[in-house]
Design a protein around this ligand. Structure first.
Ligand code: UD1
Length: 420
């Protein structure tokens, strides 16, 4: 296990390139299972969750070829196993994404109930109910979801809660079902849209991705296709918040600013000057301290829960008082106690945190708890006086590519060491 040693040393400055989106590449790799032949996926980020997904595809019998320019070829034609085992699924909840494709294409799947980030109960009932409505026979036995089906049949699926991976699982399954499927109250996240783009290239007939209602006309088969993964809007937002919190000036390249409009609006409200083009955005704090901003998380297009922890840090060092309300996940405030150990003035009441901005944080030993919380601790360390040690950084490596190298390029003092 590694730890990061970080010493706050002033404003971040420079350019940083954004990687492909974790939350897009995971469903897209799962979707390669639907095809009769190989797909080539590019702009694949080098992340532990990607390695886990490739290990899972390999266990199912897929042939995987990786090239050094972040491109992966997946050939599913040699699949001979339909099980996602507990050892893999427990480290990554998103393994549930193979359920829909396996049932739709091969009529069977065994997927362990998921583990992953410890942020609330995170059930998968909507994935299961939706697949049942499409005609799959699903039992929960020995901690496994065991599914069997003949050809799935299109249906109207009205989701009670907006679920990102749930929408993706059902969208993938519906592509090979007989007849039409309508997914109502669908997630509208850019990653769902990117998945739909890839599926369409494979031959799927989909309309309405990116809106609350997705229509899928099932087809008999899908062919492998090339696809370039959309840039990561959460990584983009994380670097911009780090720039704002440190009163710096950073240009983020290879990104899609229009996928994080609400986050950019909040950064502007906190006092940042933003300039943007089609695939880049530059933030300049003009050396000023950020102003506190209120945040309420909600599904896209509203403020992303995956940016909540980073904005807690921005508010911790901002001028003024703010309220942060988390409506997507229960128990997603584990970073708060760590930030308070660094001198943040915060108070949790249910799903709301009240923050009184302080002018400085102080370095301290802290523990990474979940993926985005961990990123927030790095940002906090960058604005703190003295040294911070962030332990359990495996959470960060699940979702951020070379994070310490990228921060170093911006002038941060950050080292990785083994933590024994
Ligand atoms: C995805 C993202 C994650 C992000 C989250 C919300 C991936 C791989 N992960 O996670 O980074 O934080 O969206 O934007 O894309 N729910 C149910 N029943 C279900 C499914 C979900 O009640 O069957 C609830 C959850 O408990 C949660 C809410 O729905 O309260 C949203 O969860 P969901 O959108 O499913 O999150 P994930 O897809 O797991």
């Amino acid at each position: 296990m590694d730890k990061l040693l970080i010493t706050g040393n002033g404003p971040l400055q420079g350019d940083v390139r954004i990687s492909g989106a974790k939350n897009a590449v995971l469903p897209i790799l799962a979707a390669t299972l639907l095809a009769n032949n190989a797909s080539t996926i590019s702009n694949v980020p080098h992340l532990n969750d990607v390695t886990t997904t490739m290990a899972l595809l390999g266990r199912l019998g897929c042939q995987l070829t990786m090239t050094d320019n972040m491109q992966v070829e997946v050939d599913p034609s040699s699949i001979n196993d339909y099980t996602a085992a507990y050892e893999l699924v427990r480290t990554m909840r998103a393994s549930i994404l193979v359920l829909g494709p396996l049932v739709a294409r091969y009529g069977q799947a065994q997927v362990s109930l998921p583990g992953g980030c410890a942020i609330g109960a995170r059930p998968v009932n909507l994935h299961i109910d939706g697949l049942r409505a499409l005609g799959a026979d699903i039992r929960i036995e020995d901690g496994y979801i065991r599914a069997r089906a003949g050809r799935l049949k299109g249906a109207r699926l009205a989701l009670d809660t907006v679920t990102v991976t749930g929408t993706e699982n059902l969208l993938m399954a519906a592509t090979l079902a007989r007849g039409e499927t309508v997914i109502e109250n669908a997630a509208r996240e850019p990653e769902v849209v990117d998945l739909a783009r890839y599926l369409t290239r494979m031959g799927a007939q989909i309309s309405g991705a990116g809106t609350g209602t997705i229509h899928v006309q099932g087809v008999d088969e899908l062919q492998g296709a090339p696809h370039r993964v959309v840039p990561d809007r959460i990584e983009t937002g994380t670097f911009l918040v780090a720039a704002a919190a440190t009163r710096g000036k950073v240009r983020v390249l290879d990104t899609v600013p229009e996928n994080l409009t609400v986050v950019l609006d909040k950064l502007r409200e906190s006092g940042a000057s933003l300039t943007q083009g089609e695939d880049w955005v530059e933030l300049d704090m003009n050396g000023e301290r950020p102003r506190a901003v209120n945040i309420t998380t909600a599904p896209f297009p509203d403020f992303p829960t995956d940016m909540q922890a980073q904005f807690c840090v921005l508010n911790a060092v901002a001028e003024g008082k703010s309220r942060i309300v988390e409506t997507v996940f229960e128990n997603r405030f584990m970073h708060i106690s760590e930030l308070m150990r660094m001198g943040a003035a915060m108070d949790i009441d249910g799903n709301t945190v009240t923050v009184n901005g302080v002018s400085r944080l102080k370095g301290a030993p802290v523990m990474a708890t979940d993926l985005r919380a961990s990123a927030s601790l790095i940002v906090a360390a960058l604005v703190a006086d003295g040294e911070t040690t962030v332990r359990r950084v495996y959470h960060i490596d699940r979702g951020y590519e070379r994070i310490e190298e990228k921060f170093r390029q911006l002038g941060a003092q950050i080292e990785r060491e083994p933590d024994n």
